[in-house]
Design a protein. Structure first.
Length: 278
């Protein structure tokens, strides 16, 4: 019995102050991670009348609201991109992060009763939330493509080769934000109430329905420290042949890498304390 307790304690507590997470162990639990992601997707819509149809309606309604708010630009094409397609493209990227961060916050709290009952790598919780958000974003992306065809918006099909790099950047950024959201909720439950307000503010801070050219040049470098901004601009450049790409990709990529690596290290450091702090 003592050996079993020592073994459990060894897994729950890092051997040193800082160590790289056991990513191979997360891979071993990949089926559980996928099951959690699919379960979250089903639970989100199971008690609603329209069910999974909300995965389609949410980005559409959000795009229409943004167009109404920024109605002065609603009738003006931006770099040859029709206004509805312009706003929808920004919403596709934003949907991923707006869905992921609250889910990462609440997911850690919802799973906390299990921490002292069974062992599983806690890292699969934010990863499963990222997978869940990816499902909804894929639905939004397919709907966006169909809408562009309906609106007769020119698409840059040859730039599809850039999609893998875009996906890597988006997943790295999403993982970093999900990890830091999980870390913050461990430090204080107040973040559960505060961060959603920052997400609402992000709709206006990120260039979802307005062009980046409206931001003064002297502020654009700081503006791109927000990795979501760079991802939105990069996605538009991939999709629209006439869109003028002004985003310094390296800034967004650097922020994505730093946020994901730092999130992994800090999350691994506090993972052993989750039993006591949650």
């Amino acid at each position: 019995m003592e050996e079993k307790n020592d073994h459990t304690f060894k897994w729950l507590m890092p051997e040193s102050n800082w160590q790289w997470p056991h990513l191979t162990e997360v891979w071993q639990y990949r089926s559980l991670c996928l099951q959690l992601a699919l379960k979250d997707f089903r639970i989100r819509y199971q008690q609603s009348l329209l069910g999974p149809a909300w995965a389609v309606l949410n980005p559409v309604l959000s795009t229409l609201i943004l167009i109404v708010v920024f109605q002065r630009m609603a009738g003006v094409a931006i770099d040859g991109v029709k206004p509805y397609a312009f706003a929808f493209s920004g919403m596709v990227v934003w949907t991923f992060f707006a869905s992921l961060i609250p889910e990462a916050l609440n997911g850690m709290l919802a799973a906390s009763p299990l921490f002292r009952k069974i062992y599983f790598p806690k890292l699969i919780l934010p990863v499963s939330k990222m997978l869940n958000a990816s499902i909804e974003t894929t639905v939004s992306f397919l709907l966006f493509l169909m809408a562009c065809i309906w609106w007769q918006q020119d698409l840059q099909w040859t730039a599809i080769l850039h999609l893998p790099l875009f996906m890597v950047m988006a997943l790295l950024t999403g993982l970093g934000l999900a990890l830091w959201a999980s870390i913050l909720v461990v430090l204080s439950r107040d973040f559960v109430h505060g961060i959603p307000h920052l997400i609402r503010l992000g709709i206006f801070v990120c260039p979802i329905a307005y062009p980046i050219s409206l931001v003064p040049p002297q502020w654009q470098t700081i503006y791109f420290l927000n990795p979501v901004t760079g991802l939105i601009e990069y996605f538009r450049w991939i999709c629209f042949p006439s869109y003028d790409f002004v985003s310094p990709v390296w800034i967004s990529l650097t922020v994505a890498i730093v946020s994901s690596i730092s999130g992994l290290l800090v999350f691994t450091k506090i993972e052993g304390r989750l039993n006591d702090q949650m």
